[in-house]
Design a protein around this ligand. Structure first.
Ligand SMILES: NC(=O)c1ccc[n+]([C@@H]2O[C@H](COP(=O)([O-])OP(=O)(O)OC[C@H]3O[C@@H](n4cnc5c(N)ncnc54)[C@H](O)[C@@H]3O)[C@@H](O)[C@H]2O)c1
Length: 380
């Protein structure tokens, strides 16, 4: 454990778009006086690992096993593609490191490895923050507190979603080297992990979000954000059943992930949650939580609590903040205090299970049921 004032050494795993950005967040926090230092980076693609190592004066490693063996590394940031998260996290957890792991917690085909990770983190008590940074906006924490105090009675229904326009997040990912081949610059076997094994292609490596083998479309790439903050407010556990529909309504070609995806979740506490979205149109919906005694609407940079016609509770407005630095700061504070961060493994698990169920429902055209007794998913 660290003592106050000692610099926390951070190792970055995955030096692509998000990883390089999070390295700059750590650097900015250090410049503001936060006792933290990026000491090492790791990537299976040489040019990126060398570039980021040089920019942040950090040591470069080609393998996660080497980075987690570095005694200066006390915590890791995992910003690899979804498939790798759970294996990177297991390796770091077992090496005794604290973890800031990008969303989604795992790929949608990794329910068993997800459970293994949750068990391991619970047993070893590593600090684990899922990188769903919207939740660190104090707005959601305040709303959660108000709901706990009964501001809108018993919650029966909630909605949220993610709407944007364009496939810049998938087909638009930059192809840094169109002539790249497997060899000393890239370890393709490590990239594939437990995905169906395919021949190397430049697009699969640089634009992995287009493929179900490595991603899942809006549900897995975008919905962890609205779901995490909504679930923080709702305080829900694990679902009973999930059903999802969607498809490629606009974007086809190489891409095999959907561009439009809606999911409905039923909870044992008699609550239905709808998460809706598309990347074909940016007209969004408000996040709304409906209770037996009132409604919370999150819109225009704040939230409002309206009483139901039969409630005596008053109308209140609360304003917004932003969250990227807050979320990283919250992780660093947890590394020192050993108290759970805003999006710990428990909240991450409660988000990831319905996400996995929604993808299975969509792929198989069935309803996904969760059996709490056996902690298993069944399709029917
Ligand atoms: N929280 C957010 O707002 C947010 C925003 C963007 C991305 N993300 C998440 O960050 C992750 C990375 O996304 P990206 O856009 O930076 O992808 P990217 O392809 O730009 O970068 C991923 C990097 O990881 C490397 N890599 C792959 N497997 C590895 C392994 N096993 N070990 C070491 N390095 C490995 C790749 O070579 C690549 O350089 C994704 O899971 C994504 O969902 C989160």
């Amino acid at each position: 454990m660290q003592t106050t004032g000692e610099k926390l050494g951070i190792g970055l795993i995955g030096c692509g778009g998000r990883g390089a950005y999070l390295a700059s967040v750590v650097q900015a926090l250090a410049a503001e006086g936060e006792p933290v230092e990026l000491v090492a980076v790791c990537d299976i693609y040489r040019p990126r690992r060398e570039r980021v190592a040089q920019k942040f004066s950090a040591k470069a490693y080609a393998r996660v096993s080497e980075l987690v063996a570095d005694p200066r590394v006390k915590g890791v940031i995992i910003a690899t593609p979804d498939r790798a998260h759970v294996y990177n996290a297991l390796e770091a957890t077992r090496a005794g490191k604290d973890i800031y792991c990008e969303k989604p917690l795992t790929h949608w085909q990794q329910f068993e490895p997800l459970k293994e990770l949750v068990r391991e983190v619970r047993a070893r008590k590593n600090i684990f923050q899922v990188g769903a940074q919207w939740v660190s906006d104090p707005l959601w924490l305040r709303a959660a507190e108000m709901v706990r105090q009964g501001a809108i009675g018993r919650i029966t229904h909630a909605q949220s979603g993610y709407f944007r326009f364009g496939d810049s997040g998938e087909r638009g990912m930059p192809v840094e080297d169109p002539n790249l081949t497997v060899g000393p610059d890239l370890d393709w076997d490590i990239f594939q992990a437990d995905a169906p094994q395919r021949p190397f292609s430049v697009s699969r490596f640089f634009q992995w979000r287009m493929y179900m083998d490595y991603s899942g479309g809006p549900a897995t790439d975008l919905y962890p954000h609205p779901m995490t903050r909504l679930f923080k407010v709702l305080g829900v556990g694990l679902p009973v059943k999930v059903v999802a529909v969607g498809g490629r309504w606009v974007y086809n070609g190489e891409r095999d992930v959907p561009d439009t995806f809606d999911l409905l979740i039923e909870y044992p506490e008699k609550l239905t949650v709808a998460i809706l979205g598309t990347i074909t149109n940016a007209s969004g919906i408000d996040t709304v939580i409906r209770g037996t005694e009132g409604t919370i609407t999150f819109a225009d940079g704040g939230f409002e609590i309206e009483p139901s016609p039969t409630s005596s509770k008053g109308r209140r407005r609360v304003g917004y903040l932003n969250s990227d630095r807050e979320h990283m700061k919250n992780f660093l504070q947890s590394m020192r205090s050993r108290k759970p961060p805003n999006c710990d493994i428990e909240l991450g698990y409660r988000v990831q299970v319905p996400l996995i169920m929604s993808m299975l429902s969509y792929v198989h055209g069935k309803v996904a049921y969760f059996d709490a007794a056996t902690e298993s998913i069944r399709l029917g």
